[in-house]
Design a protein around this ligand. Structure first.
Ligand code: URA
Length: 252
């Protein structure tokens, strides 16, 4: 049917998914073709199928896609869980910890399997992109226990930058929280999100990361959330995450 003859409110399935904030149209088309999308409980593989967004019962990977205000969930990711939806080796993933009644949500960035701490999920792709885009101004705070005791030179290099993946990976600030001859606890504030950034930066200055936890994203702290627990953020908390607002822990 040509767009001119469409019934009122109907749009193609890929468009509906993008209107609902799930994904770009091209990504939504790929999901549909891969059999990950269902309409009223039946898997559909035609991205041009017409539906009424907000009325059709859409699901991605079996999770309902909700129309309505964006939802953001904060999870305290335990060490040893994968930030992926499905693992071919059936290892524990972060989705095993989220309630099945939650709508379809995707992780805002990733944490390595061996990293614990604050991980956000949302159903709003624009919000997710805004939080992870380079230059978003959203800072992340990590507590890293590293082998040995990094000296002033190593700490300065972490602040000045280390070339990784063609960019200068740098910490906005690095503080020694607890020094020790065998292991030292550092707090690093980053506004970048390169793959395994903290681990690679510390390794580059000769101090292997033994334990890593993300304690804060922008103004949102991990505190109060037990390992493995999650909660839905309030509207005010979601608004406080938006990048144009000043955060509570802007670098000095
Ligand atoms: N940096 C890392 O090295 N790993 C993470 O999981 C997050 C930041």
């Amino acid at each position: 049917m040509s767009p001119g003859r469409r019934l009122a409110g109907r749009v193609s399935l890929d468009r509906a998914l993008s209107k609902l904030g799930c994904a770009s149209r091209s990504l939504a088309r790929a999901w549909v073709r891969a059999g990950r999308v269902s309409v009223a409980g039946r898997v559909v593989r035609d991205p041009d199928l017409e539906v009424v967004p907000g009325r059709a019962r859409l699901a991605v990977d079996g999770r309902p896609v909700a129309a309505g205000p964006p939802m953001v969930v904060a999870l305290h990711k335990p060490r040893g869980t994968l930030t992926t939806r499905r693992d071919p080796a059936a290892r524990r993933t972060v989705y095993d910890l989220l309630d099945p009644s939650l709508p379809w949500l995707f992780p805002v960035g990733r944490l390595d399997r061996d990293t614990s701490g604050l991980l956000l999920f949302t159903n709003d792709t624009r919000l997710g992109e805004a939080l992870t885009a380079p230059g978003s101004g959203v800072v992340k705070v990590y507590r890293a226990r590293v082998r040995g005791r990094p000296g002033p030179e190593a700490l300065a290099r972490l602040r000045e930058g280390i070339p990784l993946d063609g960019v200068l990976a740098r910490a906005l600030s690095v503080e020694v929280v607890r020094p020790g001859a065998r292991a030292t606890r550092l707090e690093l504030v980053l506004d970048q999100g390169l793959n395994r950034q903290v681990r690679r930066m510390c390794a580059a200055v000769g101090h292997k990361v033994l334990d890593l936890r993300r304690t804060r994203i922008g103004p949102l702290a991990l505190e109060g959330l037990e390992s493995g627990a999650w909660r839905v953020l309030s509207g005010a908390e979601v608004a406080s995450l938006t990048p144009h607002r000043p955060t509570a822990i802007l670098p000095p």
